[in-house]
Write a protein that binds this ligand. Structure first.
Ligand SMILES: [Fe+2]
Length: 250
């Protein structure tokens, strides 16, 4: 059975309410009891959970901090470019975010490439060579950002708050793509979501680079954005094609 067909085969899925009408009825009765109890209404509405969340938010520290660039510590080389703007650390944080995302994107495509090699029936429609090109392009983008951070006297190995954030946000993409049970189409769904975020990320970074007076960087980021737009188009086309073929299979 082709992977695309196996992925949506009919089987003994017992997760839905319809599998056990008797238990479903009991559960819905319990729901009614909760609704009748005034004390429990807040639980049903999630108000108690919200209240607990508010307590934790009030007591929480920020995700982390942005280390001061060497240039601000007075240890920069003469070639290092001065950071302009009132709060240049915001730019450094967003650069570190892009670096984390592109590094993660490289790992994501490592997993997509492996899936394309493993699932030959599906990958006939998907070019492994082009997938590898996208992987290498993500790695080049990570390197570009690393060099930009170094030019600014910043430490590209530092985990800044936004770098931390995207690391956590995109964890699911890599988990989904690395899961041996997911098909190539399912893996491409994760890649498609990542590419949508990636394109948005570069657009924002270009605007910020111009605002901070780094036109040369903004131009390089514009080139990266054009490559990202191409990634998005290819992944979207492959994903659409595999899904269409899967729905047409008998
Ligand atoms: Fe990309």
């Amino acid at each position: 059975m082709p992977e695309s067909t196996a992925a949506t085969r009919l089987g003994k899925n017992r997760t839905g309410l319809q599998m056990s009408p008797h238990h479903a009825e009991e559960m819905l009765e319990a729901n009614e009891l909760l609704e009748e109890s005034e004390n429990q209404v807040s639980l049903r509405d999630g108000e108690a959970l919200s209240a607990t969340r508010l307590e934790y938010i009030a007591a929480a520290d920020p995700l982390g901090s942005v280390p001061a660039p060497a240039i601000l510590k007075g240890a920069a080389k003469s070639s290092a470019k001065m950071l302009t703007g009132r709060r240049p650390q915001v730019f450094i944080d967003k650069l570190a975010e892009r670096l984390a995302f592109e590094r993660g994107g490289t790992r994501l495509y490592d997993a997509v490439c492996a899936k394309a090699v493993a699932q030959t029936t599906e990958s006939d429609k998907v070019s492994p060579e082009e997938l590898l090109e996208i992987r290498d392009s993500e790695a080049r983008h990570a390197l570009l950002i690393k060099e930009c951070l170094e030019t600014l006297g910043a430490d590209p190995t530092a985990q800044t708050p936004c770098a931390d954030l995207v690391g956590v946000e995109t964890m699911g993409f890599i988990q989904a793509a690395s899961d041996p049970r997911t098909t190539l189409a399912q893996t491409l769904h994760a890649a498609l979501a990542a590419e949508l975020i990636d394109n948005e990320g570069w657009e924002g970074l270009i605007v910020m680079a111009r605002q901070m007076g780094h036109k040369d960087m903004a131009d390089l980021f514009q080139d990266a954005l054009e490559e990202e737009a191409e990634h998005l188009m290819k992944v979207r086309n492959w994903y659409t094609l595999l899904n269409r073929e899967s729905s047409e299979l008998m």
